[in-house]
Write a protein that binds this ligand. Sequence first.
Ligand SMILES: [Zn+2]
Length: 260
Amino acid sequence: MAKEWGYADHNGPDHWHELYPIAKGENQSPIELNTKEISHDPSLKPWTASYDPGSAKTILNNGKTCRVVFDDTYDRSMLRGGPLAAPYRLRQFHLHWGSSDDHGSEHSVDGVKYAAELHLVHWNSKYNSYATALKHPDGIAVIGVFLKIGREKGEFQLFLDALDKIKTKGKEAPFNNFNPSCLFPACRDYWTYHGSFTTPPCEECIVWLLLKEPITVSSDQIAKLRTLYSSAENEPPVPLVRNWRPPQPIKGRIVKASFK
Ligand SMILES: [Zn+2]
């Protein structure tokens, strides 16, 4: 594999394990959800997100995705409840998408792939630092939101408009006063399982909360994501049109539903 991982033939998901052996581990993400095999767990509580819009700091293009970064130096934007035994701090959110509207999500539901998938990454504040949290199976909680094509979503446009400032790899711009809970669907039902980051090093430290109900955005809005570049300003332009990892083996793990 080339020095840096990516999504191309020579450095894509099939090669990640060469530098990151855990990518072939027992608890990898994403997975395919087969809803007939998922049972309701009545002990799963509702989750709540209390986000401080002032904790949004910057938006950046890291060549793999566009990411909004939050101030996580204290308990400011928090996720609580659901399958979580402690409060978790919001650190960043980012998206995965495909080259056309008929695919792009990482998880799939009964064979259905959505056009994109939003990941909100939180860390368990009992571990004192993000780096320490990465070393524990309950260190990170990610909320996954599916994006399907339909009517335009105004709240999503606030985020998309900022992409013009971060077209190329390494660009970063201020991004303030944004509450990502505006990107949640109305229904809070979720599936949960233990898994990993879907990007190297693919650490197996994640409690996933995948929201059952997708949000709706327009085809033009998804197309805006594909106007980003994975190349830096001074390099030959390479469009960032595909950044999803395919489903990984479930290896006996149990997925539970918060709903009947
Ligand atoms: Zn992700």
